[in-house]
Design a protein around this ligand. Sequence first.
Ligand code: B12
Ligand code: SF4
Length: 494
Amino acid sequence: MTRLVLNTAGYPMKQLNRPIRIVLISPKGPLYRHRGGIFRKSLRYMPLTLPTLAALVPEELEAEVVCIDEGIHDVDLDIEADIIGMTVITGTAIRAYELAAHFRSRGIPVVLGGPHVTLAPDDAQPHADSIVVGYAEDEWPRLLRDFVRGEMYSRYTQSPGLDLANRPLPDRSVLPKQRFLTSHVFEATRGCHHNCSFCVVPSAWGRKPFQKPVEDIIADIRSQKSRRAIFVDLNLISDSTYAQKLFTALIPLNIEWFGLATTLLANDLPLLDLAARSGCRGLLMGMESINSKNLAQNHKRFNHPENYATVVERLHERKIALQGCFVFGLDEDTPDILERTAKLAVEIKIDLPRFAIVTPFPGTPLYQQLESQGRILTRNWELYDGQHVVFQPSRMSVDELQQGNERAWKIAYSWRSIATRLRSTAAPWYVAALTNLGYRHYAHNLDRFYTCDTMFMPKLFPSLEKQAVPTSKSLPVLSEKLSLPDIAPAENKP
Ligand code: B12
Ligand code: SF4
């Protein structure tokens, strides 16, 4: 329900004799509070969420915008702000709510948005003065204008006619580039027309893919002077006509790029050839399961396990490396499937196999199914990270699933498996060797690492460890206050 929020903090803001100060925060998952420090350089690429939101702030507000990614910076709890916006994914929801409570107790209005808020708006609503459900290209500027007038509503929902054309380019200057591995991160499309039942995309944003004009993306890449680009699109080839146009436009840039696509790309040889010609050097694909029944039950019939080897071959023939992702715990999975999957991944020479425990994100059909069957074991969102079993599996115990996932990682990253892969990898050998070593370390320390950063990297590169800085000030750990179980093993996304 949407209602007008009458603010006590001196609205309308126009009466202030200074620009309004907007603080945007990307809260981090639980780990950094448990490990007592963060690293100066994050070993991941710059997400586009805060740069996009910052660019959408209407110019006429002449606002001062401060962005904080808690993955690389502590949040100053005394920070001055007229309004705070936070992006929330399920795994960071508890931290976001904790920070929101703190800032609201200081009288600062808090707005929450992002995938979790879109999937489970009623979960987020009590923790915020206002929430934005869906993509925010139209709603975030509208909210800010309302706020300045003293008329902010408690909920804004993505307008039905959303169009990504003529939008400002993400403003990457709002985050410190040097603290990320790369800021050459781009987004061409959003959404996916498939409807895999465990995936948040169709549930959160519907099945109509949104597309940016290809010229805008090319202009963005050129403006960044990028030689390498990472696309965060969850399925770059959802609309193959658009993909064709994009890949063709990338050719003259002579760059290397990495992104996500479905296994269907390997069936469309002209498009695959075009991807290779346009500079594609690595793809992440959700192979999900080697059991066809699992795939059928979860509406991913277009994946054919018997063809996975061909997918790898076709990519390798075109010098494209594959990060192949599998999930464990779908209803047809029996304990033996975990080991069999890992062995198959090695045998067919997936460059970087990755395994995760299936996570029923709230708002997805999978969550609804498990909830209706009384199989959801915890709603502690901190554990919804792909590394914890949060539901009762159907054909194995929680422990078998948890342990089996760890065993799969160890099999896939044994010395012998690494050697097999290195002999046929499509990536440059030193990149393949380094990433495999990194993943091997991770695989053998799953019970110690539970962050999205590549936590093992400081061990491999001691110079990074010296850069560790203590957390200056942090809120009490909510999970302790609520007597929630401490976080167990690792997460799958180094
Ligand atoms: C970069 C990234 C990360 C980064 C940063 C995540 C973060 N805190 O934002 C890292 C590497 C840390 C990460 C980790 C994980 N991620 Co991630 N990640 C992404 C990725 C690829 C790109 C994000 C991005 O830049 N998007 C582009 C921007 C423009 O889109 P956006 O973020 O959706 O923002 C728009 C709207 O949502 C809205 N909005 C968003 N925030 C806010 C805030 C306010 C105030 C407002 C008004 C609006 C608003 O406005 C924006 C413009 O429309 C997305 C996929 C994707 N393409 O979005 C997945 C995604 C966010 N990740 C996802 C997942 C599942 C994970 C992991 C669990 C994966 C794993 N097993 O390791 C972990 C979670 C770790 C944990 N502890 O919980 C899911 C989220 C699912 C969910 N229910 O939470 C996504 C959607 C991918 C997917 N599988 O569908 N991820
Ligand atoms: S193909 Fe990928 S992005 Fe599309 S719905 Fe399925 S899992 Fe989600």
